[in-house]
Design a protein around this ligand. Structure first.
Ligand code: NDP
Ligand code: 13P
Length: 311
């Protein structure tokens, strides 16, 4: 019984560290040389974790976790689908695919294997890696498989809650990154903590509006994958999405090699909102800002000048 984790970035490696304390894990990464994890420097993986750049070494695993970034998932699945298809798959990425508008589970669904699951919620890789207590959402349409995965992936310090609401869990994780960018802009531009609280609250209303329109359950958004992760990423400079927003708000540059899932997701969500006539002011402003179509001042003005309305 071996778990394979595909993608040796910060999150994949952190999960390998956590799950490797419980049993054998193989961690695959493209171009991964040795056991040093470039995106999580200094991480010492347990001896039970095999680290490899050879995908064939994951063939004897009975469970696969995919932790490549969202915008890379479609291509990865297209290239390696035949190898993945027959085994249970758990998506560990957060976002909406820019080309197709699909979430990670919908992309994995195209393989036609067992019902894919998504693992999402408030958890910085660095915290999971050193064994700090963390609670996450495991969403799977097939509740029997979901219960099996929940038990398999929980550890004494990594506590998984289960839901069949895949779309709600996916969208909570995807949309909170967009709001984290916006919260970073608010703080970076010096608008203060009160403005951030307003942004988070109205951002949550927007997440709910979008997710309900796509068939999600409100209570899922109120859980770890939505509200929980919104709080974490809008209030911590450990978040790359929040830090990216901080840089935008301060007019500073940001390392383009850093994974900032909310940027592409804002574009994808704004486009879906435009075609489906959904009111998504924060996502639309973030998309325009990251594309350089508006300035920070214009983005702030676009939100403050909206007509007054009922809460
Ligand atoms: N970091 C965190 O705290 C958390 C992250 N997540 C989610 O996990 C997902 C992965 O993020 P994270 O691990 O942090 O990202 P990182 O930037 O740390 O690492 C991304 C990894 O994916 C690899 N990769 C990129 N493109 C491809 C590809 N086409 N094929 C194969 N591998 C590829 C990169 O390889 P290379 O270095 O060669 O580019 C790198 O190893 C994201 O969706 C993120 O939202 C979820 C919870 C917490
Ligand atoms: O998703 C995360 C925490 O739950 C990580 O957030 P960032 O991708 O913004 O670093």
């Amino acid at each position: 019984m071996k778990i394979a984790i595909l993608g040796s970035g910060a999150f994949g490696a952190a999960l390998a560290a956590a799950l490797g304390r419980e049993g054998p894990v193989v961690l695959w990464g493209r171009g991964q040389a040795g056991r040093e994890i470039r995106r999580l420097p200094g991480l010492v993986l347990p001896g039970s974790v095999t680290v490899t750049a050879d995908l064939a070494q994951t063939d004897d695993a009975d469970l696969l976790l995919l932790s490549v970034p969202m915008q890379a998932l479609g291509r990865f699945v297209a290239d390696h689908g035949a190898r993945l298809a027959s085994r249970p798959l758990v998506a560990c990425c957060k976002g909406v695919d820019l080309t197709t508008g699909l979430g990670p589970v919908e992309i994995l669904d195209t393989l036609g294997g067992p019902a894919p699951a998504v693992l999402t919620g408030p958890s910085f890789a660095a915290d999971i890696a050193i064994g700090l207590p963390t609670a996450l959402t495991l969403a799977c349409r097939d509740d029997a498989l979901g219960a099996h995965l929940q038990a398999r992936l929980s550890t004494p310090v990594l506590r998984l809650y289960r839901t069949p609401d895949v779309i709600g869990a996916e969208l909570g994780g995807a949309l909170k990154n967009v709001m984290a960018i916006a919260a970073g802009v608010v703080i970076g531009a010096g608008l203060g903590d009160s403005a951030r609280a307003a942004l988070m609250t109205r951002g949550y209303a927007e997440m709910l509006r979008f997710a309900l329109a796509r068939g999600a359950r409100a209570e899922t958004l109120a859980g770890l994958s939505g509200f929980g992760d919104l709080v974490l990423t809008c209030t911590s400079a450990q978040s790359r999405n929040f830090s990216f927003g901080l840089s935008l708000g301060r007019g500073e540059s940001f390392d383009p090699a850093t994974t900032v899932e909310g940027a592409a997701t804002a574009r994808a969500v704004a486009e879906i909102g435009r075609t489906q006539a959904l009111d998504l002011p924060v996502s639309t402003a973030v998309a325009a800002l990251v594309d350089g179509r508006i300035t920070v001042t214009e983005a702030i003005q676009s939100l403050l000048s909206r007509p007054l309305k009922q809460e």
